[in-house]
Design a protein around this ligand. Structure first.
Ligand code: SAJ
Length: 428
């Protein structure tokens, strides 16, 4: 199948990079977002997302007119739905964005079109949710138009590269749909393209992120065990990973972001009776911010009135995304415990966080505090010089929750250095 013009619905972390990549490869792209602010700023060439390399490509394709931005879908050869699938308070998938995106295509859906859902979704969403909506057009999926599911699998921070290089799975509701999906993504993907059915590709995506979540959960549980038994978890993991068939991930303050902490719930929701492991892993990771607080409380038993500096609020290093961030959860815990909290998130200095004073630079963050908590391993924090830092702050206690700093350097600069999951070298 040939594609002259595609329409991408949702211009977020996935939709915008995808749109710009297709446009850069010569396909005319109409990018659609319901958020008028996003549309207005993109039309002025301003990119609302921080992702290395994205700005340049978006600017190029906006300038040469291959990418156009609008608020509602237009007729095209193919439609890609890349909208969020968050969850409700009760951890049930919120498919309302997917549903309204599918509905928005209805007026412009034509015979011969291909529709691809990219949003991470519970098993059977393409077949049982999207297909019936699109068929309200009077056209029949598989006969009049093609329908596929192809999950994005890119790592925030490396999206522009992984979008092209990663293997891509495309699941059709029938063979013709999968084949057409293959033709579409071959325009931008250099990695292997694997064709299958839509439900398998939905499962593949959920399995990948669930696998990672469960593996991070075991690393986090190891950090608690290390704390109990006087072990340094980071040392123990490093040694265990010398085994040729062991690859333990990193413990940390918890699992954040809009993917790994969310997607496993889609499986638990869809089949609660057969997913106890996935459910427990989720709870372990969700409890990890409380473990950071517990560790801190052993150093400062009464946090009331204590002046603390938090370095980093993003959900992981070197991204500007604060969704579901464990660092924010920790900030909430600290405020609740009565601490006086300042936080510095270099990628989002203006983020409103109740009870927390947000700062715009390191000096302002640490100039009058009693302890410093490293919550995100941003490169600029990892590169801090302990001696120079010691001159900027009266604090002499640091808690490193991400294994971002070297104990020796900080101790030599006069700090008491504590690291999450490291009771071996602890002063406690
Ligand atoms: N984390 C740890 N320990 C680790 C690795 C990560 O605590 O060893 C934490 C991070 O700090 C972060 C969270 O887990 O809070 C998730 O970070 P991540 O880098 O593991 O993943 P995401 O959410 O940024 O991106 C994931 C990726 N999935 C996998 O690696 C299996 C990405 O490829 C997916 O496209 C993305 O989810 C998505 O959109 O689903």
């Amino acid at each position: 199948m040939e594609f002259q013009h595609i329409c991408v619905i949702g211009l977020g972390y996935i939709g915008l990079p995808t749109s710009s990549m297709f446009a850069r490869n010569g396909v005319r792209v109409t990018g659609v977002d319901i958020n008028e602010q996003v549309v207005a700023s993109l039309r002025q060439g301003k990119v609302h997302i921080f992702e290395p390399g994205l700005n340049e490509v978006v600017k190029e394709v906006l300038d040469n007119g291959t990418l156009q931005i609008t608020t509602s879908p237009v007729e095209a050869d193919a439609f890609i739905i890349a909208v969020p699938t968050p969850f409700y308070e009760d951890k049930k998938a919120d498919l309302s964005y997917v549903q309204s995106a599918a509905e928005s295509i209805l007026p412009v859906l034509r015979r011969g079109n291909l529709v691809v859902l990219e949003s991470t979704s519970p098993p059977l969403t393409t077949r049982d949710v999207v297909k019936p909506i699109l068929e309200r057009s009077g056209l029949v999926a598989g006969r009049d138009f093609l329908l596929a599911y192809s999950p994005e699998r890119v790592l925030p921070g490396q999206i522009m590269q992984e979008l092209v290089e990663n293997a891509r799975v495309i699941g059709g509701i029938d063979e013709a749909s999968a084949l057409a999906g293959g033709d579409l993504y071959r325009i931008i993907v250099k990695g292997e393209i694997v064709l299958t059915d839509s439900t398998t590709s939905e499962m593949v995506k959920l399995m990948e992120n669930t696998y990672r979540d469960v593996n991070i959960a075991i690393a986090n549980e190891f950090s608690r065990l290390a704390d109990r038994f006087g072990v340094d978890v980071w040392e123990a993991v490093k040694i265990a990973n010398l085994h040729p068939r062991v690859r333990i991930l990193n413990p940390g303050p918890g699992v954040g972001g809009h993917c790994i902490g969310v997607d496993p719930w889609f499986l638990v929701e869809a089949a609660p009776d057969i997913t106890p492991l996935i459910h427990t892993a989720r709870q372990v990771n969700d409890d990890q911010p409380a473990f950071v607080l517990e560790t801190l409380k052993q150093l400062i038993p009464d946090l009331k009135g204590k002046r603390l500096a938090l370095l980093g609020l993003a959900y992981k290093p070197d991204v500007d995304d604060l969704r579901e961030s464990p660092a924010i959860e920790i900030a909430h815990h600290l405020v609740k415990a009565g601490a006086v909290v300042k936080a510095y998130e270099p990628f989002r200095t203006n983020y409103p966080l109740a009870g927390v004073t947000m700062t715009t630079n390191l000096a302002e963050t640490i100039n009058d505090v009693e302890a410093i908590l490293l919550l995100v391993g941003h490169a600029q924090f990892k590169g801090l010089d302990p001696l120079e830092t010691a001159r900027m702050t009266p604090a002499r206690l640091v808690l490193d929750a991400v294994n971002g700093w070297s104990r020796d350097g900080w101790c030599a600069a006069g700090f008491t250095f504590e690291r999450l999951g490291d009771r071996k070298h602890s002063i406690r």
